[in-house]
Design a binder for this molecule. Structure first.
Ligand code: SF4
Ligand code: SF4
Length: 180
């Protein structure tokens, strides 16, 4: 019924950019976990996490793939933190038209972190020996129909961008992978 609440576990990964050394193990394990079949290959371009690396400036920023967006921002921001200047779009999690990040290289479909669904601990957290990624969990009450609304908004955006047939084909491929 609309308005009813249910409990939901919210998983948060705390990111400490000062601890990240840019080793990219998180990208490798993520792409490998999502390969079909699992662990059969790895290609960081397919990872749902991307490490912004500028070694000469000692900048390493792990960024998780977030929502798909059909339009790019009208403006750009640059951040200066502790004397280091971060590029425009550096912290942005969106799969957006202005860049290639967080897009499946073959199909162009957006990639989004799924917290390694089914795994107790996200694999990127597990492999990060520098403790730059730390998992925290908390329980929250959410509206019963909130997840359904989010799903519908996501599907509507995808069909607008790629067309219904391409989205249906991708879903069919994903369900084949799950069955195998
Ligand atoms: S595994 Fe950890 S230290 Fe290595 S790049 Fe990823 S976040 Fe940084
Ligand atoms: S939590 Fe899992 S899906 Fe998300 S970036 Fe890390 S390894 Fe990839």
């Amino acid at each position: 019924m609309k308005g009813e609440k249910k409990k939901k576990i919210i998983k948060t990964v705390k990111i400490d950019v000062d601890k990240c050394n840019g080793c990219r193990a998180c990208e490798v394990i993520c792409s490998s976990f999502h390969a079909a079949p699992k662990y059969s290959s790895n290609n960081p371009a397919r990872a749902r996490i991307k490490v912004i690396r500028e070694p000469l400036s000692d900048i390493y920023v792990p960024v998780y793939a977030g929502e798909y967006t059909p339009a790019e921002c009208a403006g750009r921001d640059k951040y200066t933190i502790d004397g280091k200047e971060y590029d425009e779009c550096a912290f942005c999690r969106a799969s957006c038209p202005s860049r290639d990040d967080f897009k499946e290289p073959d199909s162009g479909l957006p990639l989004k972190c799924d917290m390694c669904e089914g795994e107790e601990e996200p694999l990127c957290v597990k492999v990060c020996l520098a403790d730059a990624l730390v998992l925290e969990e908390r329980e929250e009450e959410v509206e019963e129909d909130q997840e359904q609304v989010e799903l519908e908004i996501g599907l509507e955006s995808l069909t607008k961008k790629h067309g219904m047939q391409k989205v249906l084909d991708a879903i069919a491929r994903m369900s084949q992978k799950e069955d195998s």
